[in-house]
Design a protein around this ligand. Structure first.
Ligand code: ATP
Length: 369
């Protein structure tokens, strides 16, 4: 069993900087957990504490049912893949993968079997005699993975393993890593600042900011039900649109006033604002770009969520178009069908999908609905 348990983990660096604050997480066997967040949020520090490369200031770390706070990295039954693959340049691919096993005095035939198996999984069989300098970035990356696989660890730790690759290769390697996880069935903890990587790879995602865990959830839940403004803005690309709105309550109706527009909330959402005492207050309305529609049909059927704006930038991406515009001081984006007739300078009506509107408390930044 390779479950992990992080309980009240804190990290204070010697200079007094609190990099990780009260981190709590139960990881089940075979989970693919992602730590994601902006630069400096403490994700690598947390991973390095799990690896044993960084001392835990306080709290308890368990792997399986064993407390490992004071266990040496080499005895933790984990393998780590870093962003700079740290391959030995003078060794062949085969020797790079075999090196750790040789050090541990594993018999030669067994080493051979393990290396060849890993090479097969990673499609490196034809490259075993090459030196790293004769490999592409993606191939080097796979060798680094291979070196981790042959150790047959209970847990894989990966720190931005794809960040040195170009966008296309990153996309391919994402799929490779996903397959690898299914095939090996090991627990993986993976650090990235790239939310696309987080969304596509993780079974669960831990979103961090300034050393503090913001939300732990499945990709779907994080996307649909972010717990606060930070998570809502961080997950999703292009990011969620945010508008300051005045909350007007009349009877059981709630209108969010944004400039000249009065956006009516559906009953269940309206009730949350009424019950929360938001009448007359300023709140933050959030709407994802794909929930801002320019089709006449949608606008006609949603007359109570319509705004009007002038297109600043028409951005054609092939399968979709981003329409960028300013509305009441906010930069907004609508992700629309490429058949749209809207172009730069046009004044366009947009309707929000009312059921997809998020509302946040302006002061606490927590989600209201
Ligand atoms: P990135 O994506 O940029 O790697 P990260 O989320 O992985 O960021 P960490 O490397 O965990 O961030 O660093 C968290 C914070 O701790 C940062 O503000 C960093 O400057 C600080 N930090 C890291 N190492 C030390 C150290 N040895 N002493 C003091 N502060 C440190």
């Amino acid at each position: 069993m390779a479950s992990l348990s992080l309980r009240h983990i804190n990290k204070v660096y010697p200079n007094g900087f609190e990099a990780v604050k009260d981190f709590n997480l139960e990881i089940e066997d075979k989970e693919f957990i992602i730590f994601v967040g902006p630069s400096g949020c403490g994700k690598s520090t947390t991973l390095r504490m799990v690896a044993g490369l960084e001392e835990i200031s306080s709290g308890e770390l368990r792997i399986g049912d064993k407390v490992v706070n004071d266990v040496e990295p080499k005895d933790r039954d984990i393998a780590m893949v870093f962003q700079n693959y740290a391959l030995y340049p003078h060794m062949t691919v085969y020797d790079n993968m075999a090196f750790g096993l040789k050090l541990r005095k594993v018999p030669k035939p067994e080493i051979d079997k393990m290396v060849r198996e890993a090479a097969k999984i990673l499609d490196l069989e034809k490259l075993l005699d090459r030196k790293p300098k004769a490999l592409s970035g993606g191939q080097r990356q796979r060798v680094a993975m291979g070196r981790a696989i042959v150790r047959n660890p209970k847990v894989f730790l990966m720190d931005e393993p794809l960040s040195n690759l170009d966008a296309k290769l990153r996309g391919q390697m994402r799929i490779e890593i996903s397959k690898l996880h299914q095939r090996l069935g090991t627990t993986i903890i993976y650090v990235t600042h790239d939310q696309t990587e987080a969304m596509t790879l993780g079974t669960r995602i831990v979103v961090m900011n300034a050393g503090v865990v913001q939300q732990v959830d499945t990709p779907r839940k994080l996307y649909d039900e972010p717990c606060n403004l930070f998570v809502a803005g961080f997950i999703g690309s292009p990011q969620m649109n945010f508008l300051d709105a005045q909350c007007e309550v009349s009877g059981d109706k709630v209108l969010l006033n944004v400039g000249p527009a009065k956006i009516e909330l559906p009953p269940a959402k309206a009730k949350k604002l009424i019950d929360g005492g938001y009448a007359g207050k300023t709140v933050v309305l959030g709407i994802r770009p794909e929930d801002v529609h320019d089709e006449p049909m949608f606008i006609a059927s949603s007359p109570n969520t319509v705004i009007e704006a002038t297109i600043r930038v028409y951005e054609m991406l092939g399968a979709e178009v981003y329409l960028h515009f300013d509305y009441e001081g906010a930069n907004m984006t609508a992700r629309v069908d490429p058949r749209t007739t809207a172009r730069n300078g046009d004044t366009v009506k947009f309707a929000f999908d009312a059921e997809k509107i998020h509302v946040f408390d302006k002061e606490t930044e927590m989600t209201i609905t």
